[in-house]
Ligand binder design. Sequence first.
Ligand SMILES: [Zn+2]
Length: 484
Amino acid sequence: MLTCDTIIRNANVLDGGGNASEPLDVAILGDRIYRIGRGLRVDASKHVDAEGLVLAPGFIDAHTHDDTAVIRNPEMLPKLSQGVTTVIVGNCGISAAPVHLNGEPPDPMNLLGGSDAFCYPTFAAYVASLNAARPNVNVGALVGHTSLRNNHMDELDRPATAVEVEAMRAQLHEALAAGALGLSSGLAYLSAIAASIEEVLALAHPLGAAGAVYATHMRTETDAILAAMEEAFEIGRVSRVPTIISHLKCAGIDNWGRSSEVLHLLDTARTSQPIGCDCYPYAAGSSTLDLRQVDERVIIDITWSSTQPEMAGLPLSQIAEEWNVTQIEAAKRLKPAGAIYHSILEDDMRSILSHPATMIGSDGLPNDPRPHPRLWGTFPRVLGRYCRERNLFSLPEAIYKMTAMTAERFAIPQRGRIREGYYADLVLFDPEKIIDMATFSDPTRPAVGIQHVWVNGSLAYTSRGLTGNRSGRFLPRGQVSWIE
Ligand SMILES: [Zn+2]
């Protein structure tokens, strides 16, 4: 008889590829899925009866800002408690590495922490720290365009010079050689909006040959969103690089109802080049407080403020009223600050979430003292609220959007599917009970319905909590297999 470490019996197995579930046993040996079958004859030291439960590949969070959290808080409970076993960091142009700071990190790099959080002058130094910290989740990392700009430019409100672009490219090369998944940009932010398309093209150019990706928080998500999409597609097309539109949304009340236009443009472009996107399942976004997004018709909650910390948790409208000033004036006094913007139409979000090109990404902000509930709730919310209750998509489809699709888009090898020989990143959950518990007023409550989570073959989480086994790793870039 074969011997393995763990045998999971009678699970409804969803393989991650979108196929219907099958009742199967799954055996784990070391860090791998050893055997899959019915009535497997194996000896194991650990037995799990999974009757009535779903076994899926561990979820991959396509869009995170967990760069420093995975090292400073390696338990990663917000993610593990959702069944997430891999996070993609370095999004929106801001990565923790490679970074050397002169003073405080500029907005929005400050979402990753204060100046003390940035201690990785090279990508390789970040990888070494990550592996030493042994976080509970695996980590794939993008290099942020804004981080590179800040390394080589004295002022960020202008395009980079040829010499600066060359210096940025050299650092990007070094990071790609050390396993980075690709480049991210955050062109909407004031720290990158002055970058020309030529500047981004110069950096995107080496990505294609390296088999890396380009992920972008586009130049705008409001009125001119279609032009911003065209710019992203052009960068992908010219550089021959797969392109990922980050947290796709129609932001601002004047753009409500435009998701069909946006998705039509996405579909058209997808016929000639590889393009995907990610989305979080909420009708509100969150980032640093941006004066350009202050709109008296939109509810904005302040999550933190460096100058007025006692105002955290209050709506901007109430703060403005208390101070007897306009919301813009109040926002100026609160900055630097964090905010949640209730500026997305639920119907638009649902259309984008259910689109076949869309991966699930939380965009959670782990350093926020009053985070948007997406940090703790995204994946169970997709499975409970939008799959089971609202029927936006089937369960195999929902799982595909958070596993195999994501692994293939980011060229992460041997993960995202339940297959013999693949890494044993697995989540066992109750499909009837799984649901998010985090809310805007109580944002750090763990989800319910996740029974067991294995990372690289070792049990990291059960419904009773963390097990103390930390076995996450840095995941270097593999071969792109994304053709669609
Ligand atoms: Zn972003």
